[in-house]
Design a protein around this ligand. Structure first.
Ligand code: C2O
Ligand code: CU
Ligand code: CU
Length: 484
């Protein structure tokens, strides 16, 4: 039987492993202290709905050719904050806040001055952003402690839910784990015109896990990712959220290092309506009883609480937690009646035409047990190597193949710069839930997926990688240079 340490070495990093795996079940007996903390902290704290940051100014000196833009300052810093009631935890944050949110509008640039007050390098990346290479958070562009850097996000892309995190060479996994993340919600006219729930009924939910000691200390051990039984939603442990008996839009983002969620509403699986994924709205809504979300992915659902009588409490559960952990993620308390002018139209946003592919590439994702490295096409990441050179204007088909059947290791592929469309999985057309633009796709061991991607607007160097942070740290990243 594998030990916990060996499982990390093999890189198995998923809740799915816990389902029906003897190796994982053996882990259920360990981590008793952190699990006790997790169980004690259930439904004691209300959900905090992140308020959008206010821009510091809306005009300024010309930056990247723009003078009209929303200007923000995001300072990365450590603060003492309360996560578990009655204790304090040292967290890394933007501006002292756990997941502040920037709301942006298509066509209006956002400029962010990022000030690094941490004692580790930081390289800010807008995950899902279509931005020039120099603002993309290349690992060579690290912002060193006590320095500051300006980022310009042009916001020419269509509406979607994105997030901001570190991409520094060595500290990224720990910086994300210790809390530095910001939400970035881009809207546009097309989406604003739809009758979807808006305003206070449009709520971002950032899901992640962590290991907490009883005194509130956040414990980081990269190898110990199966013992992170406290689930945080918007920085609160398994919170409750008082809702009206009407429809809400939830923008789910998984900011965990390694954990996947398979979410279900209530014991019996009440219907949710899937409306958007990484790159924005799906072509059409999809009724579903479960919602799967892997690290760095975004999935948006509309939940209609009008089917529950006022006074009901409905628990959102994770069906693929590790053994011995509470399955609960958060609880919705239906506390009042409300009018509901919102609705989910039958047609949302057609997928764009990415043209005909003229180039095909293959990405084989594998683990090397001899070195402990995770590889793409048998290579470990090298910042001085360019792995591919896509041409501006070209459409390509990428095949992503996960060959790690031996230890059952899932992998994802996330690309910077562009979103893609899923062409097929093992030769089968994607279901309606994968019919929209994506930037992160998870492929299970022994499986293959093909995606179509088109390179537009920006040349330069961009990353692609597995978004399971342990794998990324162990080399599972490549570099492309988009050329004219
Ligand atoms: Cu979430 Cu390379 O990024
Ligand atoms: Cu990214
Ligand atoms: Cu991986």
């Amino acid at each position: 039987m594998l030990t916990r340490r060996q499982i990390f070495k093999t890189g198995a990093a998923t809740g799915l492993l816990a389902v029906g795996s003897g190796a994982a079940i053996a882990l259920g007996t360990t981590g008793a202290a952190s699990k006790a903390v997790a169980a004690e902290q259930m439904f004691r704290v209300p959900l905090r709905v992140p308020r959008a940051l206010r821009p510091l100014r809306t005009k300024g000196r010309s930056i990247a050719g723009f003078t009209d833009y929303d200007f923000y300052r995001l300072a990365t810093r450590e603060v003492e904050t309360t996560i578990l009631p009655g204790t304090t935890t040292r967290m890394r944050t933007f501006n002292g806040d756990l997941t502040p949110v920037i709301r942006a509008t298509r066509g209006r640039p956002v400029v962010i001055q990022q000030v690094n007050e941490l004692n580790v390098p930081f390289s800010m990346h807008l995950h899902g952003g279509h931005v020039p290479a120099r603002f993309d958070g290349h690992p060579n562009d690290e912002n060193l402690p006590e320095s500051s850097r300006v980022f310009v996000y042009p916001n020419t892309q269509q509406a979607s839910t994105m997030w901001i995190h570190d991409h520094s060479h060595q500290a990224h996994a720990e910086n994300i784990y210790r809390g530095v993340a910001a939400g970035y919600v881009l809207t546009d006219e097309f989406e604003e015109r739809l009758p979807l729930p808006k305003g206070q009924y449009d709520v971002p939910l950032y899901l992640r896990d962590g290991k907490f000691a009883a005194d509130g200390t956040l414990v980081y051990d990269m190898e110990d990712f199966m013992d992170r039984p406290t689930v945080l939603v918007n920085g609160a442990p398994r919170p409750f959220f008082e809702v009206a008996a009407r429809k809400y839009r939830f923008r789910l983002t998984n900011t965990s290092n390694e954990r996947a969620f398979l979410l279900q509403l209530g014991e019996e699986g009440h219907e949710m309506t899937h409306i958007a994924s990484d790159g924005g709205l799906l072509p059409a809504p999809v009724a579903t009883k479960t919602m799967e979300i892997w690290p760095a992915e975004r999935q948006e659902v509309v939940i209609d609480f009008s089917r529950f009588p006022v006074g009901s409490k409905v628990v959102l559960r994770n069906l693929i937690g590790y053994p011995g952990e509470p399955a609960e993620v958060m609880r919705f308390d239906v506390v009042r009646a409300a009018d509901d002018p919102s609705s989910v139209p039958d047609v949302l946003r057609p997928a764009p035409d990415l043209g005909t592919a003229t180039v095909e590439r293959k990405f084989v994702m594998s683990f090397d047990p001899a070195t402990g490295h995770h590889l793409i096409n048998n290579k470990q990441f090298d910042v001085n190597r360019v792995d591919l050179k896509p041409k501006l204007g070209d459409t390509e088909i990428w095949t992503i193949e996960n060959t790690d059947t031996k230890f059952g290791i899932p992998h994802s592929l996330h690309t910077h710069l562009e979103h893609f469309l899923v062409v097929d999985r093992d030769g089968k057309a994607p279901g309606p839930s994968e019919a929209g633009l994506k930037d992160t796709i998870t492929v299970m061991p022994g499986k293959k997926a093909r995606v179509k991607i088109k390179f537009t607007d920006y040349t330069g160097k961009f990353m692609y990688h597995c978004h399971l942070m342990g794998h990324l740290t162990m080399g599972m990243m490549g570099q492309m240079e988009v050329v004219d």
